[in-house]
Ligand binder design. Structure first.
Ligand code: SAM
Ligand code: SF4
Length: 334
């Protein structure tokens, strides 16, 4: 995976057809550290120039196979390496997944995300996940899967089944990656992103902040994402949920203003991506979420649980969006 090298204000991209601005760490860092009002004003202007600032894309996430994962991601309750007390489950029946997706659609979600606690899917799993994609697609929803690492053949199989998005996070900076995960490399993640992109599936890729990383790591993660051969269509920014029994269970939470700055920088570096306020919203005040939405976040997960972590209730989200005059984004608006 060749990361295009960031040089000040240059434009380059995949082949001659695409040209766009690439970012350097220095430029991004200067933006991140600019006066808060300057940063937010610029981020909001970029957001307004590319999206309706009063619309938010609603996704719903279902864990189709929970726990017992062979990877050792330091934040994750689903890793078999940690004692989080989570009960592992087998792969959910296809019919059950489609039933859950139907309920989500009837409650307004336009995208359905299915996640499995795998290092990567095995051959024996592929028929079932392909059937899930076909079934959810038939409901008229956008489909998203996050199954761990994929080879090109698996990605092409999912594309043929109609998969719209594949979620695969780089989690943090390349420098800090080994502090969080040791059972795979940063390059492994980038290789899956290549396979997903090359098979024509849209990429959903972001990371987690508040894991003890440095400021430079947060900036570097966003610059890596922005300088990918194509910026991700969706960029989930998770705020670490410290989970007991995991190596990051005692991590100090990120300072709220620093989190808002991270959202604003993501918006400026990736003006046409959906920036998702992902895990951690239950620990965010309404004011913090409102600032993130002003800074350019325009996608959230709805529903009481993410894969295994808590999420604000539907009522809470509906009340917040009503206060802010924010409406769900229509499918066609993407
Ligand atoms: N096993 C697949 C993989 O790792 O690619 C599925 C990913 S699933 C969507 C897990 C994602 O949820 C992680 O990549 C991370 O971004 C987020 N996540 C998991 N545990 C978290 C935690 N404790 N705090 C914040 N985000 C978390
Ligand atoms: Fe496994 Fe994914 Fe959790 Fe890592 S984040 S331990 S790969 S389920």
């Amino acid at each position: 995976m060749t990361l295009v090298s960031p040089t000040e204000g240059s434009t380059a991209g995949r082949g001659a057809a695409r040209s766009r601005r690439l970012w350097s760490q220095a430029e991004a860092r200067a933006l991140y550290e600019s006066p808060f009002n300057e940063l937010l004003f610029r981020a909001h202007c970029v957001h307004r120039a590319n999206f309706d600032p009063n619309r938010v894309q609603l996704s719903r996430l279902l864990s189709i196979k929970t726990g017992g994962c062979p990877e050792d991601c330091g934040y994750c309750s689903q890793s078999a390496h940690h004692n989080s007390g989570l009960k592992a489950s087998k792969l959910m029946a296809v019919e059950r997944v489609i039933e859950e997706a139907r309920k989500a659609r009837d409650m307004g979600a336009t995208r359905y995300c299915m996640g499995a606690a795998w290092r990567s899917p095995k051959g024996r799993d592929m028929d079932a996940v392909v059937a899930m994609v076909e079934g959810v697609k038939a409901l008229g929803m956008e489909t998203c899967m996050t199954l761990g690492m994929l080879n090109l053949e698996q990605a092409q199989q999912l594309k043929t089944a109609g998969l719209d998005y594949y979620n695969h996070k780089i989690d943090t900076s390349e420098r800090y990656y080994g502090e969080v995960i040791t059972t795979r490399s940063f390059a492994d993640r980038l290789e899956t992103l290549d396979n997903v992109r090359d098979s024509g599936i849209k990429v959903c890729c972001g990371g987690i902040v508040g894991m003890g990383e440095e400021l430079a790591d947060r900036v570097d993660m966003l610059v890596t994402l922005a300088n990918l051969p194509e910026p991700p269509d969706s960029v989930p920014i998770n705020m670490l949920i410290p989970i007991k029994g995991t190596p990051l269970g005692e991590a100090q939470p990120i300072e709220p203003i620093e989190f808002v700055r991270t959202i604003a920088l993501a918006r400026i570096l990736m003006p046409q991506s959906h920036v998702r306020l992902s895990a951690g919203r239950t620990a965010m005040s309404e004011e913090m979420q409102a600032l993130c939405l002003f800074a350019g976040a325009n996608s959230v997960f709805v529903g009481d649980t993410l894969l295994t972590a808590d999420n604000p209730s539907e009522d809470k989200d509906t009340a917040l969006f009503r206060k802010l005059g924010i409406e769900p984004m229509e499918l066609s608006a993407r």
